[in-house]
Design a protein around this ligand. Structure first.
Ligand code: ADP
Length: 470
């Protein structure tokens, strides 16, 4: 039933209480008091009493209501201001890398640059494209979080391994005068848990990106420890720090610390809001301890859902050795440029790359060529899409590792790929290391596919249930 508006409720309450009061109090007075003079005097007091009581009642009801309304009004004003600041900020954030991409591309095209210059221009273009992509991803992520369209995709993850990978990923981008270390709070055997590794990586990467951005000297540390039934992570830096006043606000979307000095740093102010959204959906918390000029410590927790030891050993076994000799990979991709990019990634690994331009060709090639040891398949393809092709390939090659490429890491797209029969997925755009890591992980044999499948089915069922409830 729809709730009555506040003003109707208050009027209805006033009339009902007033009516009951008049009828019953009059009856009581007439019953006990017979003297008309005394009755008139008491009636006056009764009137005053009623006025007083209703005034108190109105005051408390109105006050509560107005506090809520004023808060909502302030929030709307704040949100409007933040959105304006965000739009100004984002147009600057987009224009800067765009300028660089357009500028350096035309330099490459129009002038005749030397090899060294070419390499420098390409480096700038790549850097700016990454920056742009980051903004697009952040905006997409925050909208998914705010519309409640994200879900947890849990699997077995070895946290120590994840931290090692993160260390190697970040080490090259950290200034020489800053020491970077990783502290693991559990042994390798104890550190395999069930969690959403994509989200955990995203959170850690975001916090480390910030630590690098705001630190000029000293150290950056990444670590975790077991705290009750949670893993408590810390990303600590000796950078510019954050004033107490902003400790809560920085987790709101579009929020950047207000000082002029800090406004010079790039960023649209979404990173921490995304971290918070992702951590909360995983039943964790995020908070900060920081002092201006001294540095910042960001903490976050995720549940410690430990996996049994035998399974842990299996999970620890994977890892890219750099050698894909004797592996024939079928890349099903209709976009020529994407195919060239993927082929480039595998250059020097020893893998033989075959190309199918649509789903139907991919199915035929798998049927005719037994050498194909892995399929990397795009979902959106002409003639026959990736889902259908995966299903058909599964019918005659149940053991073949198939990795789906999806446009975005949207859970339903990913789930559909899993349901069709793929072993794994990678969301576009991806980098060389990411693709090679996934290929290495899926080079495990038929056995590992079935080892994890029962567990994955349970997780997927949970996810499907969550999605069907949106
Ligand atoms: P962005 O970095 O894109 O501006 P974030 O949401 O990641 O957005 O961070 C919000 C704000 O919090 C930043 O603009 C910055 O002012 C502050 N901040 C975040 N991390 C740090 C850090 N490690 N040291 C100092 N300030 C930080």
């Amino acid at each position: 039933m729809q709730k009555l508006k506040f003003e109707y409720r208050i009027i209805a309450g006033y009339i009902v209480i007033g009516g009951i009061w008049i009828i019953f109090s009059d009856k009581v007075l007439h019953y006990f008091i017979k003297d008309p003079d005394l009755l008139t005097r008491i009636q006056t007091y009764k009137g005053w009493f009623y006025v007083l009581i209703t005034a108190i009642l109105f005051y408390s009801l109105l006050k509560n209501h107005l506090v809520k309304v004023r808060k909502a009004e302030q929030k709307a004003i704040d949100s409007d201001r933040l959105k304006t600041a965000f739009l100004q900020n984002i147009s600057h954030e987009i224009r800067t890398p765009m300028n660089s991409i357009v500028g350096f591309s035309s330099l490459l095209k129009n002038l005749n640059p030397s090899e060294a210059e070419k390499a420098e221009y390409l480096e700038m273009i790549t850097k700016s494209s990454d920056q742009l992509l980051n903004i697009v991803n952040e905006v997409l992520d925050i909208s998914l979080i705010e519309t409640g369209n994200i879900s947890i995709n849990s699997k077995r993850v070895n946290i120590n391994l994840l931290l090692d990978e993160t260390y190697h990923l970040f080490k090259p981008s950290i200034k020489k005068n800053i020491s970077f270390s990783v502290i693991k709070g559990l042994s390798d055997f104890e550190s395999t848990i069930i969690t959403d590794d994509v989200k955990v990586r995203q959170i850690i990467n975001n916090l480390l990106d910030n630590a690098i951005k705001y630190t000029d000297e000293g150290y950056i540390r990444l670590g975790y420890s077991l705290d009750n039934n949670s893993l408590k992570f810390i990303v600590e830096d000796t950078g510019i720090g954050i004033d107490q006043e902003y400790h809560e606000k920085i987790f709101e979307r579009f929020r950047k610390v207000g000082s002029e000095e800090q406004k010079l740093y790039e960023g649209v102010g979404l990173g921490l809001a995304i971290c918070k959204g992702n951590i909360e959906i995983m039943n964790g918390k995020i908070w900060i301890d920081s002092q201006p000029g001294k540095g910042s410590k960001f903490f976050f927790t995720i549940p410690y859902n430990r996996v049994k030891e035998e399974e842990t050993i299996a999970a620890n076994k994977s890892g890219f050795t750099g050698n894909l000799d004797a592996l024939t990979i079928l890349v099903a991709e209709d976009d020529e440029i994407n195919f060239i990019y993927i082929k480039e990634i595998f250059k020097g690994t020893g893998a033989e790359i075959l190309h199918a331009q649509n789903g139907r060709d991919a199915v035929e090639m798998c049927r005719e060529n037994n050498k194909i040891g892995m399929v990397l398949i795009d979902i959106k393809m002409p003639v026959m899409n990736g889902y259908e092709a995966i299903k058909q390939i599964r019918e005659f090659r149940p053991e073949l590792p198939i990795i789906a490429q999806t446009a975005f890491a949207l859970s339903n797209e990913m789930l559909k790929a899993f349901n069709a029969g793929s072993n794994d997925y990678i969301s576009k755009p991806f980098k060389k290391d990411q693709l090679l890591a996934i290929v290495a992980k899926n080079m495990e044999t038929e056995k590992s596919r079935f080892e994890i499948s029962l567990y994955d089915i349970l997780i997927l069922a949970g996810n499907l249930f969550a999605i069907s409830n949106f």
